[in-house]
Ligand binder design. Structure first.
Ligand code: SF4
Ligand code: SF4
Length: 89
């Protein structure tokens, strides 16, 4: 859901980007930085673990269409374990 302090006059022309999240679970060290920095609250800690025993992130059920491809998760991940690609709309 988009929340604006005031409604832009050209809101009909504004199209938010849509991102698709990719994860390399074996690189993850479970620091949760990606989860905390995601401005759209798309990610959560999974119940599953990788071979090192870390809980890698996963997309919250029902939020698959909420990633705006801002790449914050990619920028903060110290292990290069998560990235996103923009989806053509
Ligand atoms: S690209 Fe942005 S919105 Fe998408 S999962 Fe990463 S931090 Fe969240
Ligand atoms: S920021 Fe990277 S290492 Fe940390 S939980 Fe997210 S994917 Fe794993």
């Amino acid at each position: 859901m988009r929340v604006f302090a005031r409604t832009p006059i050209n809101i009909a022309e504004v199209k938010l980007p849509l991102g698709e999240v990719y994860l390399i679970p074996e690189r993850c060290k479970g620091c949760n930085l990606c989860i905390h920095f995601c401005p759209k609250q798309v990610l959560e800690e999974s119940t599953g673990t990788n071979a090192k025993g870390y809980h890698y992130p996963e997309i919250i059920s029902g939020r698959e269409e909420d990633c705006v491809n801002c790449e914050f998760c990619t920028m903060v991940c110290p292990e290069f374990a998560i990235y996103t690609l923009e989806v053509e709309q």
